[in-house]
Design a protein around this ligand. Structure first.
Ligand code: PEP
Ligand code: MG
Length: 354
């Protein structure tokens, strides 16, 4: 996080020493990466990977992922002149899912529009793409696009498929999505397709309205996965792609943490599992907060898995809970970062540079 121009001998030596410690830590975390992440007092947290390609899915399994908590499917849709048809999608999902060897995989439906336009679905220019026709808002305008994707995902027959919808903001939307999902499921069943044995349908929580009303959304879903990248951007009104304000969209902000707590409480009260799949999940420094808030699953870039698992193993659930409680009472993201740093001197020297 820091660039030193023309470092002195002493600065160079310090950086080299830190690098040696970091490499040693990384090697030791890597050795235990395929073992479960259990806190000192016996609380297990599921650690999964985010993936956006077949290569990512393979890396995930190798680096100790217990599943895929977010499969971004945009790779199938972008940079082409026409939409991928059902057979092409099926042919892409099958090897990807099979590389996870039965572990659960959360497949997110298309999250395009906004800043990722599709040439075959022209939209009028949008002054605020992130507040415009994006993700399932695009699906509502083009329901066939959604149906084709759902049919392809379900037709894989992969046992532990979870379908997840991005950017749900209102209960009407999730009701409609549940309806379409069930229709597609019934159609395929009637046609004799072999469907996933353990199929779930969930939604991302990345718009504050979905967090605040999580109890009203819960009856319509099997799980929630919190997208902290967008949740921070929308909560703090700071465009994540605008470098002038991106720093404001800090997921360590107590306002974001309070929303996460609301989702966990509402989800658990309704018997739903709750994950986090934004970048925050891959930060070892955030592990005590997320575990302390009661998050059941963390999904992250595959390379982050060994260090986050190691961070979870250093925790006690009881301590993490009280740390999370304290964080919820703070005013700023900086204060939250200071609190977690002070509570757990980082084992990984990268954590002390931020
Ligand atoms: C998020 O918003 O946190 C998320 C995981 O989705 P994406 O980064 O793909 O918008
Ligand atoms: Mg998002």
């Amino acid at each position: 996080g820091e660039v030193v121009v023309a470092p002195s001998e002493a600065e160079r030596a310090r950086a080299e020493a830190r690098r040696r410690i970091w490499l040693a830590e990384r090697a030791s975390a890597g050795e235990t990466a395929t073992e479960p992440a259990v806190t000192r007092d016996g609380h297990r947290v599921e650690v999964a990977a985010n993936a956006g390609s077949l290569e990512d899915a393979r890396a995930a399994a190798r680096l100790g992922a217990e599943g895929v908590g977010l499969l971004r499917t945009e790779f199938l849709y972008l940079d082409r002149a026409t939409a991928p048809d059902e057979e092409e999608q099926l042919a892409a999902y099958r090897p990807l899912l099979e590389s996870l060897e039965g572990r659960p995989v959360v497949v997110r439906t298309l999250d395009a529009g906004g800043d990722k336009p599709l040439p075959y679905l022209p939209l009028e220019p949008q002054p605020n793409p992130f507040l415009g026709v994006r993700a399932i808002r695009l699906a509502r305008r083009h329901p066939d696009l959604l149906r084709i994707q759902l049919r392809a995902i379900l037709r894989t027959g992969y046992p532990a498929v979870r379908v997840m919808f991005p950017m749900v903001a209102s209960v009407e939307e999730i009701r409609w999505l549940r309806e379409v999902f069930e229709e597609v499921r019934r159609e395929l069943e009637a046609a004799g397709a072999e469907l996933p044995r353990d199929l779930q349908m969930g939604m991302m929580v990345e718009v504050p309205s979905a967090a605040v009303l999580a109890d009203r959304f819960a009856p319509w879903v099997d799980f929630f996965s919190i997208g902290t990248n967008d949740l921070a951007q929308y909560t703090l009104a700071a465009d994540r792609t605008n470098p002038a304000v991106a720093e404001l969209a800090d997921a360590f902000h107590p306002a974001v943490l309070r929303l996460i707590r609301m989702v966990v409480e509402a989800g658990h009260a309704a018997g739903r599992w709750v994950g986090v799949c934004g970048e925050l999940a891959g930060e070892p420094l955030a592990a005590p907060l997320l575990v302390g808030l009661g998050v059941d699953e963390l999904s992250m870039a595959p390379v982050a898995i060994p260090a986050v698992k190691a961070a979870i193993r250093r925790l006690a659930l009881s301590e993490a809970r009280s740390l999370a409680e304290q964080a919820l009472q703070l005013d700023t993201a900086i204060a939250v970062r200071e609190l977690v740093r002070a509570a757990a001197p980082p084992a990984d020297p990268r954590e002390s540079t931020g």
